[in-house]
Write a protein that binds this ligand. Structure first.
Ligand SMILES: C[S@@+](CC[C@H](N)C(=O)[O-])C[C@H]1O[C@@H](n2cnc3c(N)ncnc32)[C@H](O)[C@@H]1O
Length: 263
């Protein structure tokens, strides 16, 4: 799956996402608690996906608006959360003329091509003193699956570059401060995650998230690549019929500085 833009309609599958990957939004409720939406606040959910967390935020805020670059995700979000508004747009070029009290983002920033540019767009969308609260994959995220896929592809003569940016706290601090924020809190932590689907957990994960990882592989060869990845991972990440992926998350709170940005 590619980091989507409005120019390049991506192939996120909202139904598969909600059925087998609902853990993403489930874990995100802790990030909503960190955001702590207030009843007077207008909040933007960046990379809102199927709108589950937009709805949770909306229940606690004056209004929550979701934005996502995938038309299919936005369509599903509109039916999942009819009380909220949703926009189909690229986070690098936010289309809003109004300002938000806070911007929230769960599990989406690492899909975006240029996180610093997105942070600049968020800065522009926020009121002075507004907060940017979220979580993304942090340094080392899903390194088991990524490493095994890289090794399997290399053994077959394919090159692979990670399609995601998983920053360290230091790298993320530089990105947000360059964009005009003060990083007031950041936590990098392991979150081992059981993959749904039993024996097929890794295959389903690669099917949902791995289009770009496996982009060089012809469709007919993919099943044997997936078998190879499983073989490489099995001793470390498979037990009693279950795959566990070594997720690592970077959770953060950043505040838009009151001074104008000097860039
Ligand atoms: C893993 S999903 C997370 C969805 C949701 N935040 C959640 O917690 O369930 C990542 C989402 O980021 C969106 N996304 C990726 N790149 C984007 C971009 N440049 N602008 C806006 N949304 C983007 C995708 O379309 C997808 O819906």
């Amino acid at each position: 799956m590619s980091g989507p833009t409005t120019d390049r309609e991506n192939d996120w599958n909202p139904q598969q996402y909600d059925e087998a990957f609902d853990f993403v939004a489930r874990h995100g409720t802790a990030v909503v608690d960190l955001l702590d939406p207030q009843p007077t606040e207008r909040i933007l959910d960046l990379g809102c996906g199927t709108g589950e967390l937009t709805r949770t935020i909306d229940e606690r805020a004056a209004a929550a608006i979701g934005v996502d670059a995938s038309r299919s995700m936005v369509r599903t979000a509109r039916s999942n959360a009819p009380a909220c508004s949703f926009a189909h747009a690229d986070a690098h070029h936010l289309p809003f003329s109004m300002k938000f009290d806070a911007v929230f983002s769960n599990a989406a920033l690492h899909w975006m091509d240029d996180i610093e540019r997105v942070c600049r767009a968020v800065w522009t969308a926020l009121e002075r003193g507004g907060r940017f609260v979220g979580e993304l994959g942090g340094a080392g995220n899903v390194h088991g699956i990524c490493g095994a896929t890289q090794a399997e592809l290399a053994s077959r003569g394919y090159a692979m570059e990670l399609p995601w940016t998983f920053p360290t706290i230091e790298e993320f601090a530089t990105l947000v401060s360059t964009a005009g924020f003060e990083l007031t809190g950041a936590w990098l932590f392991d979150r081992p995650t059981v993959l749904e689907g039993g024996d097929n957990g890794v295959a389903r994960w690669l099917d949902m998230f791995g289009d770009e990882l496996l982009g060089a592989v012809p469709p007919t060869e993919r099943p044997s690549v997936v078998d190879g990845v499983e073989t490489r991972l099995r001793s470390e990440q498979y037990s009693d019929g279950t795959w566990t992926a070594n997720y690592r998350r970077l959770r953060f709170v950043a505040v838009r500085q009151t001074a104008e940005r000097i860039t």
